[in-house]
Unconditional design. Structure first.
Length: 267
């Protein structure tokens, strides 16, 4: 197995220059000598001590994993800021986001159903086992064994051709970075925003692009920090058959786009 390439030396120098600091100043901040810092930056220090790793990580607000494994010199300023404020860790699910579950008598995970009347409480109780225990539960055959599933109702016509009033079975997404472009998901948003069923695309600037299936609705973006959970579409249950989008609906969409462009020109 090939050895893991490490970027410690180049990253330390890059972060120091980014802050417009001299080696003397940074060495003093880290509590080490200038000679030792120079050895780090020049690559002469093959195995940094744990103390140096921790102190450097805390000073630059950058995880040790990033300092070692990511070539920060190739990243944009926005991406480095994302790493500093922890949004990368948030999207990966490695911290902050905690998923609560319930299990049946055989210790198998239940599928919880979140009815419309429970939506408001879900935002505050999504990680509370007691809240989840009060939700309806069921099991379905032939679901994949790997994954946590939950069912959400749809409201409105932005999900068409999935009929309004359908129940969407979804699988929990732990690492948002692994989502493919335009992945259908139930998106749980903070505040008083409703749950939405959208095609999700993760942007490089730390936002999510949310696109409706119904082409009459415009796409929009939200910061990843506004998203509580993502549940990837697995299947849906409905009494209605999906209806294909008509030519008239496509025409209405085109007219809406023209009106939107006219408003922008007037501004």
């Amino acid at each position: 197995m090939a050895a893991q390439q490490l970027f410690w030396s180049g990253n330390i120098r890059h972060l120091r220059l980014r802050k417009k600091m001299s080696q003397e100043t940074l060495a003093e901040k880290l509590g080490i000598s200038r000679v030792k810092l120079n050895a780090h930056e020049s690559g002469r220090t093959v195995n940094p001590t744990v103390e140096d790793l921790v102190n450097t990580s805390e000073f630059f607000k950058m995880s040790i994993d990033c300092l070692l494994k990511i070539d920060l010199t190739t990243l944009t300023e926005q991406k480095i800021q994302d790493l500093e404020d922890g949004s990368e860790a948030y999207m990966s699910g490695s911290k902050i986001r905690v998923l609560a579950i319930t299990v049946d008598k055989e210790e198998a995970e239940n599928i919880e159903y979140v009815p419309v009347k429970a939506k408001a409480g879900y935002r505050s109780g999504y990680n509370d086992p007691e809240f989840l225990a009060g939700l309806p539960k069921f099991n379905l055959p032939n679901l994949p064994k790997n994954g946590t599933f939950r069912m959400f109702p749809t409201v409105g016509d932005s999900m068409l051709p999935v009929p309004e009033g359908s129940d969407i079975i979804t699988r929990y997404v732990q690492d948002w970075r692994l989502l493919k472009k335009e992945t259908p998901c139930i998106v749980i948003l903070k505040g008083d925003q409703d749950f939405v069923f959208k095609q999700v695309t993760i942007n490089d600037d730390g936002t999510m692009l949310l696109q409706s299936f119904n082409k009459q609705y415009f796409a929009y973006t939200v910061p990843v920090s506004d998203v509580i959970e993502l549940w990837e579409y697995y299947s849906f249950h409905s009494k209605q058959l999906p209806e294909p989008q008509t030519d008239m609906q496509q025409l209405l969409k085109m007219l809406q786009e023209v009106q939107h462009e006219i408003k922008d020109l007037k501004k």
